[in-house]
Design a protein. Structure first.
Length: 76
């Protein structure tokens, strides 16, 4: 279960980041990702080269943090 989401504002502030979308919210249960619609979110970034855009997107994605907790009644 998602306990907290942080770092979105920091990710959005990076040069070249166009969009940071987070699909998971506090209290959301999580399971295995079996298709692209179940991802935690996505980042869109630009750069002067494809490699620069990819590095920027990776930095922005790494800035977003999810605090997780075991659902009530399950071992930690």
């Amino acid at each position: 279960m998602v306990r907290s989401v942080s770092g979105v504002t920091d990710a959005e502030a990076l040069d070249g980041v166009q969009r940071v979308a987070v699909a998971l919210r506090e209290g959301t249960g999580i399971g295995p990702v079996t298709n692209s619609w179940q991802r935690a979110g996505h980042v869109l970034a630009t750069g002067t080269t494809p490699q620069e855009a990819a590095r920027t997107a990776e930095r922005a994605a790494a800035a977003v943090r999810f605090g997780l907790a075991a659902p009530a009644g399950e071992p930690r």
